[in-house]
Design a binder for this molecule. Structure first.
Ligand SMILES: *Cc1c(COP(=O)(O)O)cnc(C)c1O
Length: 358
């Protein structure tokens, strides 16, 4: 099949897209590009996890109510039993479902920019109108601008990442509430970085807001490869969302692995606490470099601006350190790099290499 015949059958807007970039890391690299938890499970738990997975009937389809897993998640993570909950194959799965739930050609999706690229991508894939509302140059939120955009565009769906990615900051709680109150349609608060936010959450706002959905994930706490996210909202809304779910979206190995981990959740919370404690070490090291501008973070990453981001990215990579380069994307991210908070050793390696890479 030639390229031109593909161009005749595939949607032109998809032909124009690029696939989500994931850079493979060579073994031994300091991999601080994707907000992964750098710590592994202790050897005895890995062994026990292997045994638990060996018992799983992989010949059977999952039972997608996942009642035990859901009950255990609620208990461990403190989700009110009066709220509805729906599991996804990572929160990315839920982001797509939530878009599909409101997708009509004339409807609008609104997100702050820069933020998580899948908000816009899902809008495009579902043929919806997309409006990006820029943050300020220092990545703070201009609430008046956001409220004016909501009034003007009457979005069917508003995305708010709390804390925001790739900027790392938390918007003021009062601004979040004002945006939620002003929105005529669905509002999704994406709390992918909740484990690092010092407890900041909009979970307590969900019971009073029938059109508010909160999305969380276990990815950034250490289960990025397992793929489990969940949405919390009023039961009636979760019931509708459940209709657009792929029938067997969460697989049996994920179910078993997460149920196992939830029984040992203190290991992940201790690792998360270590990363939160490492964050100021990274921040102080970055602040000591006069050519680096460092932005505040309530997440497990820190975004910085350097004089020449492509050069710094390439020089770090040459030294075995993989960060994320945002230069060339959104103009507010000119010469910005994003650095995941790693182990103390990884932070030391980055801070030792960085001065020569600027
Ligand atoms: C990482 C991330 C996600 C996706 O996480 P998964 O659960 O791994 O799919 C969603 N939203 C934001 C803001 C993220 O940074």
């Amino acid at each position: 099949v030639s390229d031109s015949s593909i161009a005749r059958v595939v949607r032109p807007d998809i032909l124009a897209l690029k696939a989500y970039p994931v850079v493979p890391a060579a073994p031994g690299m300091v991999k601080i590009d994707l907000m992964e938890n750098p710590y592994r499970l202790p050897p005895e738990l890995r062994e026990a996890l292997g045994q638990a997975l060996a018992e799983v009937a992989i010949n059977r389809y999952p039972v997608p109510s996942f009642s035990e897993l859901t009950a255990e998640l609620r208990a461990v993570l403190g989700i009110d039993p009066a709220l509805g909950i729906l599991l996804g194959n990572g929160s990315d799965d839920l982001l797509a479902m939530l878009t599909l739930l409101v997708a009509r050609p004339e409807a609008c999706v609104l997100a702050l920019e820069p933020s998580f690229p899948m908000y816009r991508m899902n809008a495009l894939l579902h043929g919806m109108r997309y409006v990006g509302v820029p943050l300020e140059a220092d990545f703070t939120l201009d609430l008046d601008r956001l409220l004016a955009a909501i009034r003007e565009h009457q979005p069917a769906l508003v995305w708010l990442a709390y804390p925001n990615n790739p900027t790392g900051n938390l918007f003021p709680r009062a601004a979040m509430e004002a945006a939620i109150a002003a929105a005529p349609g669905l509002v999704v608060v994406d709390e992918a970085y909740f484990p690092f936010s010092g407890g900041a959450t909009l979970l307590d706002a969900v019971p009073g807001c029938p059109q508010l959905v909160l999305v969380r994930t276990l990815s950034k706490m250490g289960l990025a490869g397992v793929r489990l996210g969940f949405a919390v909202a009023a039961p009636a809304l979760i019931g509708e969302l459940n209709k657009v779910r792929q029938p067997f979206n969460v697989n049996v190995l994920t179910e078993a692995a997460v149920r196992f981990i939830l029984r040992h959740f203190a290991v992940l919370t201790a690792q998360t606490a270590a990363l939160v404690a490492n964050r100021p070490v990274l921040e102080r090291g970055l602040d000591a470099l006069p050519q680096v501008t460092r932005f505040p973070s309530a997440a497990n990453f820190v975004t910085i601006r350097v004089p020449d981001a492509p050069r710094t990215y390439a020089a770090l990579r040459e030294r075995g350190i993989l960060v994320r380069n945002f230069h060339g994307g959104h103009p507010l991210l000119d010469h910005c790099l994003r650095v995941t908070v790693g182990t103390a050793e990884e932070i030391a390696q980055l801070l030792a290499a960085l001065p020569d890479c600027l």
